[in-house]
Design a protein around this ligand. Sequence first.
Ligand code: NAD
Ligand code: UD1
Length: 344
Amino acid sequence: MQKKILVTGGTGYIGSHTVVELQENGYETIIVDNLSNSQIEVLDGIAGITGIRPSFENLDLCDLEKLRDCCHSYSGIKAIVHFAALKAVGESVEKPLEYYSNNLVSLMNLLQVMQEFNIPCLVFSSSCTVYGQPDRLPVTEDTPVKPASSPYGNTKQISEEIIRDTVAAVSGLKAISLRYFNPIGAHRSALIGELPLGTPLNLIPYITQTVIGVRDHLRVFGNDYDTPDGSGIRDYIYVVDLARAHVKAIERLLEDKGEQAYEVFNLGTGKGLSVFEIVKTFEKATGQQVHYKIYPRRPGDIARVYADTTLANKVLGWKAGTPLEDTLLSAWNWEKYIRGRMNH
Ligand code: NAD
Ligand code: UD1
């Protein structure tokens, strides 16, 4: 019998790619999402790729009673992958209570139903934002967590603490937090990807929208950082590689391989790339020119961060292997597909 996995935020960007990978690895998936930042059509995309339409429950995880009803109607859930959260850093500064309430209450409700319905395993979406600007690079999991620079970042730090404390208190409960670096790209089919909502804040969607003509030029935020070419350095990881790490984490939890009940892993490529390197590789991969202008540094940005992924490589048996050119091409193909869809 297929093992049932509940995926919160499963119609979102990373969640939808993970549902595809879980299904392709023989798991049955149940998506819970309130569609606050995603669309129901994502289910068509998933079905188009895998041939299986996942079960879907439109509910807000902050509603404990409805969450209980949901767990009741799907008995035998083996694990939860928890993606659902609000994630806009700037917005979290303006609406801190919305962020604390949504991101923390939903997590606490999940931990509650995990105990009530004997669901033993949790995989949690954390972020490299918990490290701030680290003193040493690459960043290992032992690198000290720095005071969060935004309420969003703080929800990730507090969430990790809530999970750690709950797992320590409840016997039989196990969890893995995955600290993502910068997820980019879309499924090679271009049937799922990141939905463009308003002006993009992240680099890759801004590049693809510039090239397709929605934006006039890319604003490169700073060329005076202490980096080889002066632009900011990040660890960009292909979203499908990232999704595959969740399957590995689920396998580890279900097969009871971990020595500790709570574990944390960095998910990145281990390679730091500058904004200019990304622009050049995008141009090479797609044959398109990226018009850009230099702007002042963006407030709150750090100069550089990239992951040490040794732990995930060794312990999860996972490595991000997709070439950057293929990843950037997937982002471009998704942009073309989504624009075509919006224009019709
Ligand atoms: P996303 O916004 O595309 O997906 C999140 C989904 O959660 C959305 O579909 C939204 O509708 C849903 N949701 C939010 N609050 C909910 C609630 N209370 N009840 C039910 N559903 C709810 O985001 P994403 O990029 O796929 O990110 C997934 C997770 O990964 C988030 O926890 C995010 O903080 C984390 N993360 C993302 C990035 C990134 O760059 N995308 C980086 C690091 C960490
Ligand atoms: C941001 C979030 C972080 C989140 C991550 C991945 C902030 C402060 N942090 O990180 O929490 O986990 O996205 O979604 O918002 N850049 C440009 N021009 C642009 C956009 C970006 O030059 O139009 C540069 C930035 O200065 C940075 C790099 O590109 O050097 C990457 O930026 P971005 O994609 O926004 O990701 P982060 O800032 O790393």
